[in-house]
Design a protein around this ligand. Structure first.
Ligand code: GLN
Length: 287
């Protein structure tokens, strides 16, 4: 079958998907399978696609038609200009999380110019936060913790892909993952994008997320705030004087998390908004 014809067939198969971009997605999958770039696809419409690639492409389109995320099909997602390998079992990095990373990078520049800085990332997933910080600031030493095997495997694949030496990943439940390292009071920054979706809201998530992304990376308990309740008090033992605690949060959790941090003695607590103008990040410092 010719490239043009196959693409059209793919687009037809996924065109009714509620959250999708059929032409772009079909093209991305074919690019990936043929190992060529977009320009090639657009300029070689008459070229024949090998039979087994046709089969693989149609299989992928069938999956996508059911809501399977495009990023798992092609096996990657761009975040902070870096191409992250992703697969089932890790949350797909979100553009919103770049707000947290950009703030951390700016904070390091402003407060630790020319000084080393220790960063802890709780719940690494694909490694998006840890690796983007380590990539864009080589003075940072990043410790990433995750409870599960697949995220640790994927984060290490990405670490290798970006050739980073200044980041290490550890397995464990939040702070337990680094308990053996004796780093109490040693972190300048603790960052986390924990699971924060409330029980009620999980049901309302789009199929792509609810049926295919890891529930453990999303489920924040009854009101979505379970992880903040655990992390905020424990973080105090791991932060240096003036250390920064920074979280990604759900759009309606800003005031709650701010209040929890205030109750634990954090100062200068601020909320950052995402591109839609919704609360997305909360941070504060421990004095
Ligand atoms: N932002 C994710 C979503 O919209 C949730 C990520 C999380 O729970 N940390 O599905």
């Amino acid at each position: 079958m010719e490239i043009n014809h196959l693409l059209k067939k793919g687009v037809d198969m996924i065109k009714d998907r509620e959250y999708g971009n059929p032409v772009l997605e079909a093209t991305m999958v074919l690019e990936d399978l043929l190992n060529v770039d977009r320009i090639y696809i657009y300029t070689h419409g008459k070229e024949q696609v090998p039979e087994n690639t046709v089969d693989k492409f149609l299989e992928a389109m069938e999956k996508r038609a059911k809501g399977y995320p495009i990023q798992y099909i092609i096996g990657n997602k761009e975040f902070m200009g870096l191409d992250f390998h992703v697969e089932e079992g890790v949350l797909i990095p979100r553009g919103d999380t770049e707000i947290l990373v950009e703030y951390v990078l700016k904070y390091i520049d402003e407060n630790y110019s020319n000084k080393p800085v220790n960063v802890l990332d709780l719940g690494v997933g694909s490694g998006a936060i840890s690796l983007a910080i380590a990539y864009y600031n080589k003075r940072a030493t990043v410790y990433g913790v995750d409870l599960h095997e697949i995220p640790l495997k994927v984060a290490n694949i990405n670490k290798k892909k970006f050739r980073l030496e200044n980041v290490q990943f550890y397995q464990g439940n939040l702070f337990e993952g680094i308990k053996e390292l004796g780093l109490e009071g040693e972190f300048n920054i603790i960052a986390s994008n924990p699971p924060y979706i409330s029980k009620e809201e999980i049901e309302t998530l789009q199929v792509e997320v609810k049926n295919y992304e890891p529930i453990k990376a999303l489920d924040g308990g009854e009101d979505g705030l379970d992880f903040y309740r655990k992390i905020i008090p424990e973080s105090k033992g791991y932060l240096k004087n003036n250390g920064l605690l920074i979280f990604e949060i759900g759009y309606d959790q800003g005031e709650d998390v701010k209040c929890m941090m205030g109750n634990e003695g954090f100062k200068n607590i601020q909320i950052l908004k995402d591109l839609q103008g919704l609360d997305r990040v909360v941070y504060g410092t421990m004095e």
